[in-house]
Each structure stands twice: as C-alpha cells, then as structure tokens.
Design a protein around this ligand. Structure first.
Ligand SMILES: [Zn+2]
Length: 144
C-alpha cells in the first residue's frame, strides 16, 4: 500500500504546478495576439494564470481532471478510494466557483479555458481574441 501515497503526492504536485502545457499554449497564443499580461497574480482569488490589469480581465487555464470539466473525456474517475476523491473533487469545484464569484464581484471578467480546449488552436485563439477585444463588460448585451 505504500505506493499509493507516492502516486497521490505526484498527482497533488501536478495540480499545483504552474507552467503546465495547456497554460503555455494559452500564453503563447495570447502573446501572439499582441496582448501583455501578468502571470499567477497571487493577490487575486485563485492566483489567476493570466491577468490583464488594464482591461480588468483574466484567464484561468484549468486541467479537466482536477477541476472536473463536465462531460469531458479527460474527467476520469479513480477506481479506488472513491470517498477520498469525491471529497477532493467537490472541494476543488467549490473553491473554483467561490474564487470566480469573488473575482466577478471585484469587477473582473473571467474566462476559463479547459485543458481539452487547447487541442484546437484556431478555435482557442478566436475565443481568447473575442474575450480580450470585446470591451463590453456584460457579454450578454444585445448587438447594436
Ligand atoms: Zn475538458
């Protein structure tokens, strides 16, 4: 059984690691669009991955497994220790929701990009571009 804690420690290290591959893809695309940003701003809830202070916009890049992307084939479920994982995942999802709510309340617009969305670079870049170029605060406003 002593192999389990090691495997878990590795997984836990992964969830916290910055500069993951999906995040690097998002940073590269955003940079190519000509936008500049700050990284992992710890003074904000959730230490958002990319922060555009002047626009009051920010981007999270979420791993599908850890942040439980609904309906995603990367959102697999470990076969053992179901109670442990259920609690762990529920806490992750609740924390994400609370952090995002706090950010919106502080006037930030938040875009969440899922790991699986970094497979389609063109669609992803269009999404980032749309998010950052649109200066309207409320995305649901009807077009002029
Ligand atoms: Zn996904």
């Amino acid at each position: 059984m002593h192999g389990v804690p090691d495997a878990r420690r590795r997984l836990m290290a992964n969830v916290r690691s910055a500069n993951t591959k999906p995040e690097m893809i998002v940073r590269r695309l955003t940079h190519a669009l000509g936008y500049r940003y700050r990284l992992h701003v710890r003074s904000l809830p959730g230490s958002p991955d990319l922060v555009f202070s002047g626009k009051r916009k920010l981007i999270f890049v979420h791993g599908c497994f850890w942040h439980r992307h609904e309906g995603c084939n990367l959102t697999t479920f470990p076969k053992t220790r179901a109670d442990y994982w259920n609690a762990k995942f529920a806490a992750n999802v609740a924390r994400d929701a609370a952090q995002e709510a706090a950010l919106w309340q502080q006037g930030w617009s938040v875009l969440t990009i899922w790991e699986c969305e970094t497979r389609d670079l063109l669609a992803l870049q269009q999404r980032i571009s749309g998010f950052l170029s649109n200066d309207t605060q409320a995305p649901d406003l009807p077009p002029n």
